[in-house]
Every structure is written in structure tokens, then in C-alpha cells.
Design a protein around this ligand. Structure first.
Ligand code: SAH
Length: 244
């Protein structure tokens, strides 16, 4: 399969694109590609393009952009706010939320959060890698990690926030989902504090939803919710792009 890379440069027919040293290392040393080999490029703005390697060495590579394979298209309008789980579970939710088409991810810190910092650079690298691999045309936005209060204060009032509430009153997810801009909020391994759920219940844009009688791991809850939303209101009616 042709390698797909996310780049920052503008993409257009005939454009000359220099990739990062890490990407050059990957193309030249890891994948052992050479001049003339095809690579697919996207930048989140100009669609997806067929390109060819012009030069590659251990530290630098240059590609020439040829033809556009797909025009840019908007992503489904769903966000994920989540209390970050530890290490590999954070990597997992980052990768899978990208595959499931989340447009934006924002780590939030709640009262029972054990993880209180996120390595944004590492998380961004995982978002890019997952976007390259799953054939997205964009990389999800990584909104700055913030305390839950601040994330809620900044929440756009025209976007519904489905709060995955493991306790207290809630509506079944499939019944509660509505069309239009959406987001999900998932709590930490220790769950939401009662005061947090009470505060959330008072917000006009928030709806508490349940995922059934079993207590799910935070990452399972996040991915299950995104999958339900995609099936109901997202782009799952569209098949993967066909390329000969
Ligand atoms: N330790 C808590 C569970 C936390 S699960 C307890 O024992 O009660 C982590 C997060 O996943 C929760 O905060 C919630 O956002 C989500 N979650 C897990 N199971 C859920 C369910 N059945 N319904 C809705 N949300 C759920």
C-alpha cells in the first residue's frame, strides 16, 4: 500500500514539498523508498494528492506533487472531551477516536482525575499517525488540555454535549442523540464526582446519557459513544475511497 503522509505545506499540482527529518528518515531508511517512488500527501486543507519522491537521504526528502486524488471534505462534526487515562490507554483512545472520525479531542481534568498532565506533542504525533493510517483528510484538532470547568465555560452553546454518566439520571444514548454539532464527555477511571454531575445537569447544552448496566472503562465508553453517533448521525453511509 502506498505510504500516506500528513504535511504542513500547501498542496497543488507541481508543488515541491520538503518533509520533516523524521518523515525523511521513515521514507528513506525505514521504508527504503527512492526517487520516483509514489507517496500520498494530505494537509487537512487541500485534499489528498499523489506525489513522487524526487530526492531522499537520511535527513531530508523532497517530493513533487502530481494529481489530486480526493478533494477536501468536512469531517463529521463530533468532538471528544475526556479525562485522560494513563499511558497506553491514552494512546489507544487517541488512535481510535481518530479512526472513528472525531473532529476535535480535548483532555480535561476532573476531581477524580489521576492523570493531571498530557504530553501534547506525543498525543499530536499519535493523532497524525492515526490520521495517515486510516485515510482521513484531516488530523483531529487537539484542543489545549484544561480543567473540566474551563472546558465547559468555553463550550459553544450551539453544540450539544452528551455527558457519559455512569451514575445518576440519564437517557439511553441511542434515544438521546440528536443531529447537529455534538460532543461527548467521558469521566476518569474513578468516575465523575456527584458535584460534577450536578453542575453538568444544570447546563443548557448538556444531556446525561447512559451506555447500559455495565461500567465500561473510560476508553471503551468514549469509543462506543463515538461509534453510535457515527452510525446514527455521522458519515458511516459513505464507503472508503476507491483507488486503483
Ligand atoms: N469508577 C467508576 C466508573 C468510571 S468509568 C465507578 O466505579 O462507578 C469511566 C467513565 O466511563 C465514566 O466516568 C463515564 O464517563 C463512562 N462510563 C462508563 N460506564 C458507563 C455507562 N454504563 N454509562 C455511561 N457512561 C459510562
Amino acid at each position: 500500500m502506498t505510504i500516506r503522509l500528513h504535511v504542513d505545506a500547501d498542496l497543488a499540482e507541481g508543488a515541491d514539498v520538503a518533509v520533516s527529518p523524521a518523515q525523511a528518515h521513515y521514507l528513506g531508511s525505514v521504508m527504503r523508498l527512492g526517487p520516483g517512488d509514489p507517496v500520498i500527501l494530505f494537509n487537512g486543507r487541500d485534499g489528498e494528492w499523489a506525489a513522487r519522491l524526487a530526492e531522499v537521504n537520511r535527513k531530508a526528502a523532497r517530493l513533487v506533487v502530481e494529481t489530486r486524488l480526493r478533494p477536501q471534505a468536512p469531517e463529521p462534526d463530533v468532538w471528544l472531551l475526556f479525562a485522560p487515562p494513563k499511558g497506553p490507554r491514552l494512546d489507544f483512545v487517541t488512535e481510535k477516536a481518530t479512526e472513528l472520525g472525531a473532529a476535535l479531542l480535548r483532555p480535561v481534568f476532573t476531581r477524580r482525575s489521576v492523570v493531571t498532565r498530557v504530553n501534547e506533542e506525543k498525543m499530536r504525533a499519535h493523532l497524525i499517525e492515526a490520521a495517515e493510517q486510516c485515510e482521513r483528510l484531516t488530523v483531529p484538532v487537539l484542543a489545549p488540555p484544561a480543567p473540566l470547568d474551563r472546558a465547559l465555560a468555553e463550550w459553544p452553546s450551539d453544540r450539544r454535549l452528551f455527558v457519559l454518566a455512569e451514575h445518576g439520571p440519564s437517557r439511553p444514548l441511542a434515544e438521546a442523540l440528536t443531529p447537529g454539532p455534538a460532543g461527548f464527555l467521558v469521566g476518569p477511571e474513578g468516575g465523575f464526582d456527584k458535584t460534577e454531575l450536578d453542575a453538568l445537569a444544570g447546563l443548557p447544552f448538556a444531556v446525561a446519557v447512559g451506555l447500559g448496566p455495565r461500567i465500561l472503562r473510560a476508553e471503551t465508553a468514549a469509543l462506543a459513544a463515538l461509534a453510535c453517533w457515527q452510525a446514527r448521525h455521522g458519515d458511516w453511509a459513505v464507503g472508503p475511497a476507491f483507488r486503483s
